[in-house]
Design a protein around this ligand. Structure first.
Ligand code: NAD
Length: 489
């Protein structure tokens, strides 16, 4: 498979490739993809720079028409693309279809925004003068993403960036390159002109080259806090705009008045859906002491019934983790967890039958976890849930906030006063009440605080703050020189 540069499928100038491997069965090498060099990155950025000159002048609603058609094509190709995505990154077909639905929603949302992209007007201090400010496209956007939402997360950045009149060079994760190529096919079929959207494959090196390129004016990044922080430091030196969506360590609080069936369903989906590999995954469960034992007992029983396997097989509920490196990392956290706390479910690699060829980890639960413990503090990014016990609502909030990250959070309670206090007091970009820590909607701001983000939000109209610059205009129709701060005062 190839890079997509200036509307053409292009082999890497480096001649080097990397394999795309099915994590459910590592004997299944899906295809080789280019390990792009700086020359490939330069070609793609050059194509995007040239295309920007005409794309920015294309009337925004016309750009929206193309995005709407892309939404239609994503819909038409949903089943096929879901199969490709599950094969290369493991989550179940139900989940990959949900991932694509997010892109469909974003395409239609971004298309409608092309008829708004609101600026504003304001009164002038002077007679016969008009003041207004409106959004301008910026130029070439370098988009770098993780593998866990191979279509949804790129769509949150790429589609609004295009809607606003920018062009894009996309460096997808090397664990989900095939989905990225289908993304390009869909935009091409929708009528996007050559060079407006480009894909370069590769690893950290290609990503770093993209950040570095002087014609890349905005960097949109989703990935680990470690990588994002390094990219932000470099962008600061280069005076580039950068938006960061990084790690999470999300807490779900369950109070003693909660609907426990609802809360337990929420934990199972939040902690073990997508094999715990969501930035918004529920990785900390904070239980009121009155209901702690009951909830833990039921979670143990239900988590042990979850069906692990190939996400493309019907009946599978939990797929593999992404690769050998991540498997090793998660297993090392599980070993630490066993030393520091009590493992009450899972805690092992599942190599039963065909699973011996994949990267499967049994849903794992630790109890007796406090804020001192490693599994409470560090992002594991796997099917591992740490359970802590508290005796009050205030203690629950304090514990939830004792965290380096601030992406998502959740509270289960029937007490409306506590619900509103939690909405105010939990330090996170997203708070769910009586719902799990996951489930973003395309038209709402998405992102986090602390170690999760740098003040930007994707989703909703807030994403246009990333991909546009304000142009302020003063139109003086008085016919004589007016000196605002001198003649008026
Ligand atoms: P990662 O940071 O290793 O890689 C992310 C992307 O950055 C990849 O495309 C990678 O090739 C590229 N990259 C790596 N080093 C780079 C460098 N020095 N310069 C430029 N690009 C570089 O993350 P990952 O393991 O792929 O993904 C998992 C992480 O992503 C988790 O921490 C998870 O929480 C986070 N994530 C966050 C969100 C969010 O919206 N907050 C969503 C999904 C995933």
């Amino acid at each position: 498979m190839k890079n997509y540069i200036n509307g053409t499928w292009t082999a890497s100038e480096s001649g080097r490739t990397f394999p795309n491997i099915n994590p459910a069965d590592n004997r299944d090498v899906i295809a080789e993809f280019p390990l792009s060099s700086s020359a490939d990155v330069s070609s793609a950025v050059q194509a995007a720079s040239t295309a920007f000159q005409s794309w920015k002048l294309t009337p925004a609603p016309k750009r929206g028409d193309i995005l709407r058609r892309a939404g239609d094509i994503f819909t038409r190709r949903k089943d096929e693309l879901a199969d490709v995505m599950t094969r290369e990154m493991g989550k179940t077909l139900t989940e990959t279809k949900g991932d694509i639905q997010e892109a469909i929603d974003t395409a239609y949302y971004a298309a409608t925004e092309t008829r708004r992209l609101f600026g504003y007007t304001a009164p002038s201090e002077m007679h016969n003068k008009m003041n207004l400010s409106f959004r301008m496209p910026i130029g070439v956007c370098g988009i770098i993403t993780a593998w866990n939402f191979p279509i949804a997360v790129p769509s949150w950045k790429i589609l609004p960036a295009l809607a606003a009149g920018n062009t894009v060079v996309f460096k997808p994760s090397d664990d989900s390159p095939h989905s990225a190529n289908i993304f390009a096919e869909i935009l091409e079929e929708a009528g996007l002109p050559a060079g407006v959207f480009n894909v370069i494959h590769g690893d950290a090196e290609a990503g770093a080259e993209l950040v570095e390129h002087p014609d890349v004016r905005v960097v949109g990044f989703t990935g680990s806090t470690q990588t994002g922080t390094a990219i932000a430091a470099r962008c600061a030196q280069l005076n580039k705009k950068v938006s960061l969506e990084m790690g999470g360590k999300n807490a779900q609080i369950v109070m003693n008045d909660a609907d426990l069936d609802l809360a337990i369903d929420g934990v199972l989906w939040g902690a073990f859906g997508t094999t715990g590999q969501r930035c918004t995954a529920t990785s900390r469960l904070i239980l009121h002491e009155d209901i702690h034992d009951l909830v833990v007992d039921r979670l143990i029983a239900l988590s042990q019934k979850l069906v692990l396997g190939d996400g493309r097989k019907s009946g599978t509920q939990v797929g593999p983790v992404i690769n050998q490196r991540q498997l090793d990392k998660i297993m090392s956290y599980i070993e630490i967890g066993k030393q520091q706390t009590t493992c009450v479910a899972g805690g092992y690699r599942d190599t039963d039958g065909d699973k011996q060829h994949g990267y499967f980890i049994a849903p794992t639960i630790f109890t007796g976890v406090t804020s001192e413990h490693t599994t409470f503090r560090e992002e594991i990014f796997g099917p591992v849930l740490s359970v802590s016990k508290v005796s009050s609502f205030e203690q629950a909030i304090t514990l939830a906030n004792d965290c380096a990250y601030g992406l998502s959070s959740s509270l289960y309670t029937k007490d409306v006063n506590r619900a509103f206090a939690a909405i105010r007091d939990i330090e996170a970009g997203i708070t769910y009440i009586n719902a799990p820590t996951i489930g973003a909607e395309a038209h709402m701001p998405f992102g986090g605080i602390k170690g999760t983000g740098n003040g930007h939000r994707e989703g909703g109209w807030t994403v246009f703050d990333i991909f546009t610059e304000w142009k302020t205009v003063y139109v003086d129709y008085s016919g004589h020189l007016q000196r605002a701060q001198i003649d008026n005062y």
